[in-house]
Design a protein around this ligand. Structure first.
Ligand code: ADP
Length: 484
């Protein structure tokens, strides 16, 4: 089965969030199960400089915004991938430094409509073997709004390949004014409330939902949630009408990159059979990055978090919880993240006020992310909504029980340490039900209580570390969806 996998980011070449992880690990899992994969990515500045070997596969003329662009398609190899990558090389759109979606001032690149329309058109052409490479897609699997037009372009063909569209986060709709629709000369028949039109503009995400043969999202609970007004961003009605083709498939994680027994980022290795002294060693190393460490500091519970500093992730709840918990217990915090300036500044201010108790690193740091997962005692992930979430799965695997709100993938992956689950040995973390600070604080207090009971805590850690979050089951689901 020939599967063309189209995404706007893929680890380790370019990654801003979970999409990048999935676009790396899912196609690899599919390849391991016999699918013939091509992964197609935009030729961003930083990405082009990381490729190992490449050749020009050909040139395509692709319609852009009131112009036609010459697009060079590269066939490249990279050590992380066992199959060829196709790179859409169009320097005027992609060869610029920095983030794939936003400029240095934090605003969307002004030509995002053209950038991702050209990318989608190119993907659709490659699926049909427009370059005569002798490879034609049976299935085209595209992801999020950046590739939402792909199923629409393909639906217009006489014999289209099967199209699968995955929603990683419904909050990002890829909205553009009607003027962009006109300038891009998109097919006029798409322009209707039954097509890509959304409140007078163009929604690339909606295009994917409308035109794909199958829609997936990244956890079963999120698949239910997005069909409700509370989580649906105005698309819940459409999603309810497409319920028959919507499936929730839990993301897997890369269990090689995220394995505390072999992780090269860690200062000591450990496993569920022998958590200590390895984990404590990592705690010391993590703390030492920020301050001198004595035994009292090492005994105090360390609450860690890694992620985008945006409201979705409940960072405001974490900020509000900090002073309360500092006053009533000996906890320490370590935070790694970047995002909205407001939250970055608040965190830095709190860290300055409590340098020995709140440690903050603003930025994106893969190495430190691994060290926080291993070195913290408890992982905080109070997302208001969470399509799947990867960090809570990493933290479970690293023996760092997470505190999460019961939503989306968090609800599907963490079992609350309430009395029944502690008794039957299935508990893995702390789940709160009310989206409010009080619920979050209560869950953290429960975590701190259990942390003081070493035997019960070890059992909780070991149950979490035993969970299997690899791709085997989910990759099988995708393959059967492709074959339907
Ligand atoms: P989302 O995709 O919504 O950002 P996920 O939990 O699904 O959230 O995935 C986030 C991924 O990005 C994880 O692999 C996480 O470790 C990583 N990540 C997020 N922020 C940072 C950061 N500041 N430094 C390093 N890794 C980060």
């Amino acid at each position: 089965m020939n599967v063309l996998f189209a995404a706007s980011e893929a680890y380790p070449l370019v990654k801003t969030g979970g999409l990048g992880d999935v676009a790396y690990s899912l196609p690899k899992a599919l390849h391991a199960r016999g699918a013939d994969i091509r992964l197609v990515l935009p030729g961003y500045h930083d990405l082009l400089r990381q490729l190992d070997a490449m050749r020009i596969a050909g040139w395509l003329e692709v319609r852009g915004s009131e112009r036609t662009l010459g697009v060079r398609v590269l066939e490249a190899r990279h050590a992380a991938y066992p199959f060829p990558l196709w790179i859409v090389d169009c320097p005027s759109l992609f060869d610029r430094p920095g983030n794939p979606y936003v400029a240095a001032n934090g605003r969307d690149w002004p030509d995002n409509a053209e950038r991702f329309a050209v990318f989608a058109r190119t993907v659709a052409l490659l699926a049909q073997d427009a370059l005569g490479l002798g490879w034609r897609a049976d299935v085209v699997h595209s992801h999020d709004w950046q590739t939402g037009l792909v199923p629409a372009f393909l639906a217009d063909l006489a014999t289209p390949p099967r199209t699968v569209f995955t929603i990683h986060n419904l909050a990002y709709g890829g909205y553009f004014p009607h003027a962009d629709f006109v300038r891009l000369q998109l097919p006029a028949h798409w322009w209707s409330p039954e097509g890509v039109e959304f409140h007078g503009g163009l929604s690339m995400l909606k295009s994917g939902i409308v035109y794909a043969d199958a829609i997936t999202t990244v956890s079963p609970t999120y698949a239910e949630e997005i069909c409700t007004p509370e989580f649906g961003y105005g698309l819940d009605g459409l999603l309810r009408s497409r319920r028959h083709k919507l499936t929730g498939i839990l993301n897997g994680i890369d269990t090689e990159a995220w394995n505390p027994a072999t992780d090269p980022h860690l200062s000591a290795h450990y496993s569920k059979a022998r958590i200590q002294p390895g984990k404590r060693h990592n705690k010391r190393a993590l703390l030492e990055r920020f301050q001198p460490v004595d035994d009292a500091l090492l005994d105090a519970p360390l609450l860690g978090t890694v992620g985008r500093l945006v409201e979705q992730k409940g960072i405001d709840w974490i900020l509000a919880a900090m002073p309360v918990l500092l006053a009533e217990s000996d906890v320490r915090f370590v935070v790694l993240g970047s995002g909205q300036a407001l939250y970055e500044e608040k965190l830095q201010r709190l860290a300055q006020q409590h340098p020995d108790r709140i440690m903050v690193e603003i930025g994106y740091d893969e190495n430190l992310a691994h060290r926080v997962e291993a070195g913290a005692d408890v992982f905080l992930m109070p997302s208001r909504f969470e399509p799947c979430g990867l960090n809570q799965m990493y933290s479970l695997r690293y023996g760092t029980p997470p505190v999460v709100f019961r939503t989306g993938g968090l609800a599907d992956t963490v079992v609350d340490a309430d009395a029944p689950h502690c008794t039957d040995g299935t508990a893995t973390g702390f789940v709160f039900d009310q989206p409010a600070l009080a619920g979050f604080l209560d869950a953290i207090r429960r975590a701190l209580d259990l942390y003081r009971q070493p035997k019960a805590w070890r059992r909780l850690q070991q149950t979490g570390m035993r969970q299997n979050f690899d791709w085997s089951e989910s990759a099988g689901h995708y393959l059967s969806l492709y074959a339907t």
